[in-house]
Design a protein around this ligand. Structure first.
Ligand code: NDP
Length: 244
């Protein structure tokens, strides 16, 4: 797509400092969107915004802090004029066997993956209502299945799927809702796992991951590029050789 197809449209991407979020920011900028990059690591999103150019802005914001999201929304409104696309991508995957040792990880995932997406949407919704908008929620294969050791992560992604379906019904036809459910994608996601044994096993899977963040970004950009009378509500994508 050429940038003439999205003149002036604005995309807000959470978790834009790495992985799928950063790749999505690049893909949408290439499609002509002006992008607002949100994350906690300001140095990374500032460097990315500079690299992308074209009016991209970096806004330090923790999705677990509603006041930071309100401030971010105000900046987007003031500096970019509003929001057309919101990509709820920020998240953590802190896997491990269910035990009290990981109680803080459970809270982190629920607050970032689920409550973070809900709060970001609640805060940006008024801007999205200004025109035909889009909400893209990053779920996961773990939003459709569950397995030993991923219970709370799966709970956050099942939560995203349930909430997204309700949101879809409430917001149609003016705002489209799309859920993206990737399998293993080569990003830094597993490096944050605190349970050493689990991190080692999961990192092994990611070390040979064939699907790249750019592959997912391309799918997101494709979904957004569909004509307004059509919406891709749910997209499940895996590496061709991923069993579960
Ligand atoms: P990364 O770890 O590369 O990216 C996660 C992003 O989320 C980072 O930019 C991080 O930024 C941000 N983030 C985490 N916590 C917060 C927070 N509290 N506030 C703001 N930003 C936060 O992983 P991926 O790119 O792989 O993950 C992106 C999304 O895709 C996640 O929701 C993940 O669950 C989902 N996903 C990933 C899959 C994979 O295999 N990679 C598969 C299925 C789904 P910072 O630390 O700077 O704040």
């Amino acid at each position: 797509m050429t940038d003439s197809q999205n003149p002036g449209r604005v995309a807000v991407i959470t978790g834009a400092s790495s992985g799928i979020g950063a790749a999505t920011a690049r893909a949408l900028a290439a499609d002509g969107y002006r992008v607002a990059l949100l994350a906690r690591r300001l140095d990374r999103i500032e460097a990315l915004a500079t690299d992308i150019g074209g009016g991209a802005i970096a806004i330090q914001a923790d999705v677990t802090d509603r006041s930071q999201l309100i401030a971010a929304a105000k900046r987007v409104k003031d500096e970019l004029g509003g929001t057309d696309v919101l990509v709820n991508n920020a998240g953590a995957m802190l896997l491990g066997p269910f035990s009290s040792a990981l109680y803080q990880d459970y809270r982190t995932m629920i607050e970032a993956n689920l409550l973070g997406a809900i709060t970001t949407t609640e805060v940006f919704l008024d801007q999205l209502k200004d025109g035909g908008g889009d909400i893209v929620n990053l779920s996961s294969v773990a939003g459709r299945t569950a397995s030993q050791g991923n219970g709370v992560y799966a709970a956050t992604k099942w939560g995203i799927n349930g909430w997204s379906e309700s949101l879809r019904q409430e917001l149609l036809p003016g705002i489209r809702v799309t859920v993206i459910e990737p399998g293993v994608v080569d990003t830094e996601l597993p490096t944050h796992i605190t349970d050493d044994a689990t991190r080692e096993v999961i990192q092994g899977l990611y070390d040979v991951a064939t699907v790249k963040a750019e592959d997912v970004a391309e799918v997101i950009a494709f979904a957004l590029s569909r004509p307004r009378h059509l919406v891709l509500n749910e997209i499940l994508l895996r590496p061709s050789d991923q069993l579960l």
